[in-house]
Design a protein. Structure first.
Length: 132
C-alpha cells in the first residue's frame, strides 16, 4: 500500500500544471465551432444547390478553428494570437448580419480577449516546461 502525504509531496512535482478554466472554455468553444463548420462543409457539399466556394469557405474555417483549438490545448506559446485573429474575423463577418449572429460573433471576440488575458492564462502560456 502506498501512502502519499496530504499536501501533495513529490508526486506533484512531476505533474504538469492544470489548464486554467478560461483556456478550457476557449478550447471547447473553438472545438465546437470546428465541428459546426465541418458539418456545414458536409451539408453544402451534399446539397444539390451548394456552391464550391461555400464548401471551400466552410472547410477552411473548420480547419482554422481546429488549429486554434489544438494549439491552445497543446499549450503553444503563440496559440492566443491565432485565437484573437480568428475571433476577430468571425466577429467582423457577423457584423453585416445584424441580429443574434452579431451578438454571438462579438461575444466570442470578447470571451477570447478576456479569457486569454487573465493572469492564470498568461502564466500558463508563458511557463514553458516548468513543472510544479
Amino acid at each position: 500500500m502506498v501512502v502519499r502525504p496530504p499536501g501533495g509531496g513529490s508526486g506533484d512535482l512531476l505533474r504538469p500544471p492544470t489548464t486554467p478554466t478560461p483556456v478550457r472554455g476557449t478550447v471547447l468553444a473553438f472545438a465546437l465551432l470546428s465541428l459546426l463548420f465541418a458539418l456545414a462543409t458536409v451539408h453544402r457539399s451534399l446539397a444539390a444547390t451548394g456552391s464550391l466556394g461555400a464548401v471551400a469557405f466552410f472547410a477552411a474555417m473548420a480547419t482554422a478553428c481546429a488549429l486554434v483549438s489544438v494549439s491552445l490545448a497543446a499549450r503553444r506559446r503563440w496559440a492566443p494570437y491565432p485565437a484573437y485573429a480568428l475571433a476577430a474575423l468571425l466577429a467582423a463577418a457577423s457584423l453585416g448580419l445584424f441580429g443574434a449572429i452579431t451578438v454571438v460573433g462579438l461575444g466570442l471576440l470578447v470571451w477570447v480577449v478576456l479569457a486569454l488575458n487573465t493572469r492564470d492564462s498568461r502564466d500558463w502560456f508563458g511557463r514553458r516546461g516548468r513543472l510544479r
